[in-house]
Design a protein around this ligand. Structure first.
Ligand code: GCU
Length: 603
């Protein structure tokens, strides 16, 4: 291929977008591409651009091999070291722990696709930007490190051996989402599952099945077909409830439904995380999901789950595996992390600061943990940049598309600790409107900041609060804001008649470091901070929950203090090695006391 045509193809296809997202991948016919992939570390992107910084048509994506003795090919996937997929690269090789740049992944796979079937290549996530080639042809690119994307490869897959190359670059970007400044490790790579998904020619790509928020005695929602037979009837069945209903999609493949639920339907709750088998049937497939049904509502300063006031006994969690400084991705990782939350006495988890892997959300739902889900619109995002807004909207859409049928998720959060201002307000209003358009059944929140109106009175009056259903607020009295005992004299006010979740508070402790409660970094200091904070929280009448920062110590480039932090943020109530600190037991006692009261008050 001559350079001109190559460049043209590269430029034209360089902006190919992923195809519309398939949901419920675990309910579909999948082939996992996990395992050992070839991986070339490419800090200068020489595999993608020439010395004149122009796209290189002979880049690594061609996976060329020398054909003649004089052929000069300066890379080789065959000879390259390997990386495990799924998995971040930072934790797999010591020399990559701090690495920020490009890694080229490559593997082959064989496939035989029947004539009447379609095939998709699905990524659970790739941090931060991915470009994908199949058999030397670019499929497209995706930006955003924590949401799924897929490409249809029906016309490009060979019956036999296929060559898959993926460029992943985790460089932080000022105009990115998140921006280039955050307090978590920038784990790069194919951090979640990579799957082949085979479907009928016409299949159910997406659907929404929930209680109608306007009248929860009805199930309401829609199905979205993908394929040539767009008006194919879809039967919705919930066998345990004796429900069967035929949905007639329109010429766009979209079909809606609203049907009365039987009186014996059991609502999902933390105490009783009941889920139902849901079948979506066409002549070509039966797609099965398990879905819980519940209502969530903010009424004045109360939060109502299934019509009853609830207090959220929560904890914040980063997506980092227990006992290992690496991205979590598996069901086993989820079961351990969420098992710790249950052991604390939680009924709620804040999955910070980005959409976690799907196993975390599905495991939370199975275990009866309510979920705060969020996109990484974090700190000083470029509020005036249309590209940044489009990226935030894309990640919000991907998160809601994937998880909208998960009863455990009650909040979509659009921001964390963002500075007040006109451009930020407009940016976030746009996201809030989009969240409500995509999912009218859940509540929208954000982790705000507060201000002091005198040295003992704090007010929550961020103008963004007017557009939220539930207010989140982060505060660090006892850590960044005075000593722990300062909390004893603080009065909280809010200008909104809305529920408040204290979405972050806490302090660091090095597990095993003991001393007086006045000695910073000791477990005693952290435990004392928890005691003062808990006493303060109980004095806030419009508080409906809290998610202290944080379940487990996590890696952070912001925390270099030798022998104490060593590039770990030590605010966990559990250490990175699973050691429960004294604060764990202070919080656990508080939550067990609350749970006893809740049981006592349940009619
Ligand atoms: C902030 C921020 C967290 C951060 C925490 C801390 O509130 O939201 O991401 O880790 O403070 O400073 O430990």
């Amino acid at each position: 291929m001559d350079i001109g045509l190559g460049l043209l193809l590269l430029v034209v296809s360089a902006y190919a977008q992923p195809t519309p997202l398939l949901i419920n991948v675990e309910g579909r016919q999948t082939t996992s591409l996990h395992g050992s992939w070839a991986a070339i570390v490419d800090p200068f992107d020489v595999g993608y651009r020439t010395y004149r910084n122009t796209p290189d048509p002979h880049g690594f994506f061609r996976n060329q091999r020398p054909q003649h003795p004089a052929d000069r090919i300066e890379y080789s996937f065959e000879e390259a070291p390997r990386l495990e997929v799924p998995g971040d690269w930072n934790s797999q090789r010591a020399e990559l722990l701090f690495y920020e740049g490009t890694v080229w992944y490559q593997r082959t796979f064989s496939y035989t696709l029947p004539a009447d079937r379609r095939l998709f290549l699905y990524f659970g996530a790739a941090n931060y930007e991915a470009i994908v080639w199949l058999n030397g042809q670019e499929l497209g690119r995706h930006e955003g490190g924590f949401t799924p994307f897929n490409f249809e490869i029906t016309q490009r897959v060979r019956n036999g051996k296929n060559d898959l190359v993926v460029y992943v670059n985790n460089r932080r970007r000022p105009d990115g989402v998140p921006t280039d400044n955050m307090d978590w490790w920038n784990y790069g790579g194919l951090t979640r599952h990579v799957l082949l998904i085979e479907t009928p020619r016409t299949f159910v790509r997406d659907y929404f099945v929930q209680l109608d928020p306007a009248d929860p005695t009805y199930l309401a929602g829609w199905v979205q077909l993908d394929g040539p037979e767009r008006t194919l009837a879809v039967t919705l069945q919930l066998p345990e409830l004796g429900l069967s209903h035929t949905i007639q999609p329109d010429t766009n493949g979209r079909g809606t439904f609203r049907l009365r639920t039987p009186d014996n339907i059991e609502h999902w709750s933390p105490e009783h995380p009941r889920r139902y088998r849901v079948e979506l049937i066409t002549p070509y497939e039966t797609l099965i999901d398990t879905i819980g049904f519940r209502t969530i509502e903010a009424r004045g300063t109360q939060l109502l789950l299934n019509g009853r006031p609830i207090f959220l006994r929560g904890i914040s969690i980063h997506e980092e595996a227990p006992f290992a400084g690496r991205r979590a991705f598996s069901e086993e990782d989820a079961r351990v992390l969420l098992g710790w939350a249950r052991e604390l006495g939680c009924n709620f988890v804040r999955l910070a600061h980005y959409p976690h892997n799907e196993a975390m959300v599905r495991t939370a739902e199975a275990m009866g943990l309510l979920v705060w889900a969020e996109i990484p619109v974090y700190w000083t995002i470029q509020w005036d940049n249309p590209r940044t807004l489009a990226l935030a909207k894309q990640q919000l859409q991907e998160m809601i598309t994937r998880d909208k049928n998960r009863a455990a998720v009650i909040f979509w959060s659009v921001a964390n600790e963002t500075p007040r201002g006109e451009a930020r307000l407009h940016f976030l209003q746009t996201l809030i409107e989009e969240a409500r358009r995509l999912d009218p059944t859940r509540l929208v929140t954000a982790a705000l900041e507060h201000r002091y109106i005198n040295d003992s009175t704090i007010v929550i009056d961020d103008e963004l609060g007017a557009y939220l259903d539930v207010l989140g607020n982060n505060e660090y009295i006892g850590w960044y804001d005075g000593p722990p005992e300062k909390a004893d004299r603080i009065v909280w006010q809010s200008v909104y008649n809305k529920p408040l979740i204290m979405s972050e508070w806490g302090g660091d402790a090095r597990a095993g470091y003991h001393g007086s409660p006045q000695q910073i970094w000791t477990e005693e200091y952290q435990a004392q901070l928890y005691r003062h904070q808990i006493a303060m929280l109980q004095r806030i009448p419009f508080l409906v929950g809290t998610s202290p920062w944080i379940l487990k110590d996590f890696r952070s480039p912001r925390r270099p203090l030798p022998k104490i932090q060593d590039y770990w943020n030590r605010k966990g109530v559990i250490s990175d090695r699973g050691q429960r600190k004294q604060a764990f037991y202070v919080l656990q006692a508080f939550y067990h006391e609350l749970a006893q009261k809740a049981i006592g008050s349940t009619p």
